[in-house]
Design a protein around this ligand. Structure first.
Ligand code: PRP
Ligand code: MN
Ligand code: MG
Length: 181
């Protein structure tokens, strides 16, 4: 099989750095939500790894639900058109919702999602994102828990894909331009 490593130009965040950061964020979240009923909402598919590693750092019950949306398809640019592929199973009314995302790029996915969730009557909504590209923002997202701010480059790994590939890479890496140009 083709080696994933040949398609990468740079490792941006290592598996170890990710694990340490998620543990740190979990300590903060555990403090902020003490005594509250927290619902984690993972955004499929990119957030699967973040959810798995972050949730296991929490010391209390944290039910998970999942929403599947997609705006990128097989392109490296966000279309800005967000499609629901799978809706939540949970009624958000009265819940303390923490959206778990892998990355905030243009911000379009989360801005759409936040507006959609707010109309469902939750008690509170916050966002946790492992990665954020500050220079790529088309809309500002109020994200309480951010792992790493990264440069505006197309990154893959740890859940992030290009055309459904590279999600199973352990680190977050920059995709070599020869792969998509
Ligand atoms: C990616 C990523 C975020 C979103 C961020 O998802 O996982 O959800 O794009 O981009 P934005 O801030 O510009 O909206 P994608 O639509 O590729 O679906 P996926 O999670 O299934 O890969
Ligand atoms: Mn996604
Ligand atoms: Mg994607």
């Amino acid at each position: 099989a083709a080696e994933i490593q040949d398609d990468l130009s740079d490792i941006l965040v290592t598996e170890e750095e990710i694990k340490a950061k998620l543990a740190e964020l979990a300590t903060q979240v555990a403090k902020d939500y003490e005594g509250k009923d927290l619902l984690l909402v993972g955004v499929l598919k990119g957030a699967i790894m973040v959810m798995a590693d972050f949730a296991r750092e929490l010391p209390f019950h944290a039910p998970m639900d999942w929403m599947a949306v997609s705006s990128y398809g097989s392109s490296t640019k966000s279309s800005g058109v967000v499609q629901i592929r799978k809706d939540l199973d949970t009624d958000l009314h009265g819940k303390h919702v923490l959206i778990v995302e892998d990355i905030i790029d243009s911000g379009l996915t989360l801005s759409w999602l936040l507006e959609n969730f707010e109309s469902r009557g939750p008690e509170s909504i916050e966002v946790l994102a492992l990665l954020r590209k500050p220079d790529a923002a088309k809309v500002e997202i109020d994200c309480k828990y951010v792992g790493f701010d990264i440069p505006t480059e197309f990154v893959v790994g740890y859940g992030l894909d290009f055309d459904e590939r590279y999600r199973n890479l352990r680190d977050v890496a920059v995709l070599a331009p020869h792969v998509y140009s």
